[in-house]
Design a protein around this ligand. Structure first.
Ligand code: SIN
Length: 287
């Protein structure tokens, strides 16, 4: 079966049209899906009224799933493979721990030694307007650097920290932040990562990186800021405007993303994500 694909932006992403993920899928159709995933970095499947089991089952075709032990409070209580990204209050009325998840540029689980290969985010509930997510193509970010800059960053490692979200640090509480930081020591990842399947080089940074290994924050900041600004230029970005029952799949090894706070926080935004484990990368760094 030849997949019907529709480009989502000049930089990255395709919609896979006319496919019902509730129906059985042959190996060859999944092979085409996986090739499109490697080629375009993002796949959008619209109108997928799938169950949680179907979400998990489809995700497993991409690889072994994370049980989200690094974020125990954000896991679905009955499905450890599912991470909640929601502003729905907890049953006891307290605010959801995950209401600000993803609000800075990042790539999933980069603060672990087995950062994510991919993520599959299902949209359940949306505010009336907004609640969008931005994605940036990190191959383009790398390819468009000067040869001098490529040389300068070739051997650098960025220290990736968990719990450095811009907004919820104070808001979510120090206890949660301390718990997440304890579970996840700082991890040094190469700033230039070779994608294990395509062999292409991609920038691997984001706003969880505050310094390079062996350098101070003050020394590192100007270059980190420059690279993040360069990587997220509008021409490298796709903006996902969600619809309910969208399933969006992205390759964390060559993209960054950021959930926007561009909506009325009194309205429900409820998303559920599975995370596909990647190949080991990086090492534990001195704090
Ligand atoms: C995430 O970073 O996985 C969440 C993205 C979103 O909620 O749009």
């Amino acid at each position: 079966m030849a997949l019907k694909l529709r480009r989502l932006s000049n930089a990255l992403g395709v919609e896979v049209c006319d496919l019902d993920l509730r129906k059985p899928m042959s190996e060859s159709t999944f092979g085409e899906i996986y090739s499109a995933f490697l080629q375009y970095g993002i796949l959008l499947f619209r109108n997928q009224d799938i169950s949680r089991e179907q979400h998990i089952e489809f995700s497993r075709r991409f690889g072994e799933l994370d049980d989200h032990a690094s974020l125990p409070r954000d896991r679905h209580p009955d499905y450890p493979e599912i991470l909640l990204v929601t502003n729905r209050p907890n049953p006891d009325g307290t605010p959801s721990e995950s209401r600000y998840t993803g609000r800075s540029w990042h790539t999933d689980m980069s603060y672990t030694t087995r950062p994510a290969l991919g993520s599959l985010l299902r949209c359940y509930n949306l505010p009336e307007v907004g609640g969008d997510t931005l994605f940036a193509n990190m191959y383009l970010a790398y390819d468009t650097l000067s040869e001098g800059m490529k040389k300068l960053i070739a051997d650098l490692h960025g220290i990736h920290l968990s719990g450095t979200r811009k907004i919820n640090v104070a808001d979510a509480g120090e206890a949660r932040r301390a718990e997440v930081m304890k579970l996840n020591p700082p991890i040094a990842q190469p700033v230039v990562r070779v994608h294990p399947e395509t062999g292409r080089k991609a920038l691997y940074l984001g706003e969880k990186v505050k310094r390079f290994d062996g350098m101070t924050e003050e020394e590192s900041k100007p270059l980190i800021d420059y690279l993040n600004r360069h990587a997220t230029r509008p021409e490298f970005v796709f903006r996902q405007q969600w619809r309910e029952n969208d399933l969006l799949v992205w390759d964390n090894r060559c993209t960054l993303h950021q959930a926007l706070g561009d909506f009325d926080e009194t309205q429900l935004r409820h998303m559920e994500r599975t995370t596909v484990l990647g190949t080991p990368s990086g090492y534990i760094a001195a704090a």
